[in-house]
Design a binder for this molecule. Structure first.
Ligand code: DGL
Length: 279
């Protein structure tokens, strides 16, 4: 079983890409929406939440966990890997054996990657935009990928202010959404960005509004398909792929996913139904 976690419903945009590749797998999705947004919370707070949720997911049957949240990846992925992913550490083995009821001695974690590199390779104006939360933009993972960009490419960034809250309220279009999107996108557009990286898993839910605001000539990059491909590679290495996953008949169906929320779950259920009806 694959565990997927986000601060809210945003990680469904990643689940959707994963289930395209692995439609026959079983999933458990955890929305930590009682504590959402994570964007401006401390690293220690997010680490503590991710620890609690990860152990819960392991106890419910997760054999591998996707942190479908850029902010939580930034704050906690290294810590989570240290605690649960290293079978050569006795403490790690004990911890995971306990959390999984003896089923596994380690659990791998897949995180989000800021797609700065593909954006930098694809830009024609030499200017790329990054939209993300405060936590992601301050995080070492993002700062490292930004530091690796060639000198002839300029990276401009902006927080998607209010985007997470809109998605959590199930508001994906309309005048209020357009105004909110315009405010955060405009500085990136005015700077001349022709490619904009979606550095938060909630943002793809606002993509049609962003495309309308940006107009033609601006492309948005979502790292989720690359993360899904990486998950498949790790599952193969871990011997977790069962073989039924790629059956094309399964691709037409809703995945076998259990949805869990620490808070109210109506948006989670609605967005889940929406993404699998729309395809
Ligand atoms: N989906 C989370 C991310 O990718 C949203 C962060 C938040 O809760 O503020 O960063």
């Amino acid at each position: 079983m694959i565990g997927v976690v986000d601060s809210g419903s945003g990680g469904l945009s990643v689940l959707k890409e994963i289930t395209r590749l692995l439609p026959g797998e079983k999933y458990i999705y955890y929305s930590d929406n009682a504590y959402c947004p994570y964007g401006e919370k401390s690293q220690d707070f997010i680490m503590e939440r991710m620890r609690t949720v990860s152990e819960y997911l392991m106890g419910e049957g997760a054999d591998i966990i996707v942190v479908a949240c850029n902010t939580a990846t930034s704050a906690a992925i290294a810590g989570l890997r240290g605690l649960y992913a290293d079978p050569s550490s006795e403490e790690c083995r004990e911890r995971v054996l306990k959390a999984t009821g003896g089923r596994r001695d380690h659990v791998k974690f897949i995180g989000m990657e800021p797609a700065v590199k593909p954006a930098a390779l694809g830009t024609k104006t030499g200017i790329i935009g990054v939209l993300a939360t405060v936590g992601t933009l301050k995080g070492s993972k993002y700062l490292t990928s930004k530091g690796n960009v060639e000198d002839n490419v300029t990276v401009v960034e902006h927080v998607g202010r209010g985007f997470v809250e809109l998605v959590e309220a199930g508001r994906l279009d309309g005048p209020e959404v357009e105004t909110t999107v315009e405010k955060s996108l405009r500085p990136l557009l005015d700077a001349g960005s022709d490619i904009i990286v979606l550095g938060c898993t909630h943002y793809p839910f606002l993509l049609s509004v962003m495309e309308r605001v940006a107009g033609p000539g601006v492309r948005f990059i979502d790292p989720a398909p690359a993360v899904a491909r990486h998950l498949v590679d790790v599952m193969v290495q871990e011997g977790l792929i069962s073989g039924a996953e790629t059956d094309p008949a399964l691709q037409q169906k809703k995945p076998d996913a259990r949805l869990v929320a620490s808070g109210e779950d109506s948006t989670l259920k609605n967005l889940f139904n929406m993404i699998y009806v729309r395809g």
